[in-house]
Design a binder for this molecule. Sequence first.
Ligand SMILES: *[C@@H]1O[C@H](CO)[C@@H](O)[C@H](O)[C@H]1NC(C)=O
Ligand SMILES: *[C@@H]1O[C@H](CO)[C@@H](O)[C@H](O)[C@H]1NC(C)=O
Ligand SMILES: *[C@@H]1O[C@H](CO)[C@@H](O)[C@H](O)[C@H]1NC(C)=O
Ligand SMILES: *[C@@H]1O[C@H](CO)[C@@H](O)[C@H](O)[C@H]1NC(C)=O
Length: 434
Amino acid sequence: MLPSVSSLAVVGLALLSRVSGTILQNGQVRITNFPNTRVDPSAHSFTTYPQNATQISYQGRWDSKYVSWWSAPGLKFGFTGPQVAISFGPLTSPGVLVGYRIAGMDWQFTNITAGGTHLLVTEQTPGLDLNITGAVTTFELRVTNWAYGVQIDSIHVAAGHKAVKLPDAKRKIEVIGDSLAAGMYTSYEGLSSWAYGVGAGLGNTDYSITAYPGICAADQDCWGNPRGQVHQWFYTSDTSGRAAQAYGDNPDLWDFTKDKPADLVIINIGTNDQNRANNVPPSVYADALTKLIQGVHGKYPDAQIIVMSLWLGFERTGNTFLSVSHKGFINEIRDMIAMFNSEAYLRDPMTYDGRTKTVSRIGRKTKPFVHLFNTTGILQHNDIGPQWHPTDVGAIKVASHLLQYIKLTLGWELEATGPEVFHETLYWNDEPNY
Ligand SMILES: *[C@@H]1O[C@H](CO)[C@@H](O)[C@H](O)[C@H]1NC(C)=O
Ligand SMILES: *[C@@H]1O[C@H](CO)[C@@H](O)[C@H](O)[C@H]1NC(C)=O
Ligand SMILES: *[C@@H]1O[C@H](CO)[C@@H](O)[C@H](O)[C@H]1NC(C)=O
Ligand SMILES: *[C@@H]1O[C@H](CO)[C@@H](O)[C@H](O)[C@H]1NC(C)=O
């Protein structure tokens, strides 16, 4: 799916060297050929749009300097003509790997240079149909890793062509979580995560993933994350060292009016609270998760909320493996869901404000809006890698079950017919007899 060297030469790329990253696959280095897409912009004739152009739809959390945060942040826009390039600002993490694609094609990957201009779509890009004059194609880009980010300086299309604002998708979801949602230890991290799979698999759905590895629900230091989601979810930036460097102790509050509110929020948090190393008492966890749900409810009053039960890997028991999910705050999660669904709560629901740390009334709800997605029995022994996280296949299984749960529980149709692409998971057998 990558443009060949000769095709790159056709469009006058100055830099043809290839770089390769290291993705470990069962302990072996996976062969990757991330093309070097950096170009000298002065050798090209572009129509350019600034970082704040209304044509660009940013996905996930971006700050006022157009720097991205959290897991798999991205952007999309429509374009006409044979080229798309992006100039990245100096606050880009050096060498950060991004995925990008047109329409519902497979993702391509390239390492980004801070301050560089990268030519990402050319006439040779698979799926680009230049036969229809003026046809608008969708361009999408996502940062693969939660800890790194990009800064957008400007976007470019071929001279004489244009970028177009795409309409918002019909639906919007947000996933709030930790490393499990961020895609830690899957091949392409955020772009191999179940959270991505749910967003892309629903189709006609914008998605953002407010997840960071190691983070707790409770507001305390967990594995070096200084704050928990009950606090940090209200802020633009995540709990990374990069964010600490950019903002110190004064991150920007996230402006929830900037984007369309989510219609569905999926929360999977508590695996780190539950870990003895972080020592969060069950009551403190339950209080934090309750406030996080009330916070989501305050910011998105019409959103449905799905809380996932925790899964915590496997223990060998005799000659088989047993899920240890029974240790994951089961009673706290069950009691909390029951509380949210009680007639008494629906009569007098609450919201939580992460800035003032206050709980307040919001007014009667007629229908329950918090749902439990029980993950027990989805992941089996070889769906979890040695680092206790889903494998690529495990992530696809979680996404698939969750998609069906969303369809059955909320009545959302699955509108994707192709674009839920998990890069490099295509393998098959061509032998009929052996
Ligand atoms: C490209 O990104 C991959 C994945 O993060 C990384 O392993 C590799 O070192 C990067 N290559 C360069 C040249 O920055
Ligand atoms: C983008 O930023 C420039 C420079 O600050 C400003 O002049 C322009 O009005 C902004 N455009 C939009 C669409 O906000
Ligand atoms: C575009 O037109 C050319 C020449 O007529 C043809 O060979 C090619 O298959 C067309 N491409 C698509 C995607 O229809
Ligand atoms: C999830 O299902 C399992 C198996 O039915 C059950 O033991 C567990 O209590 C359930 N978890 C919650 C949070 O309800």
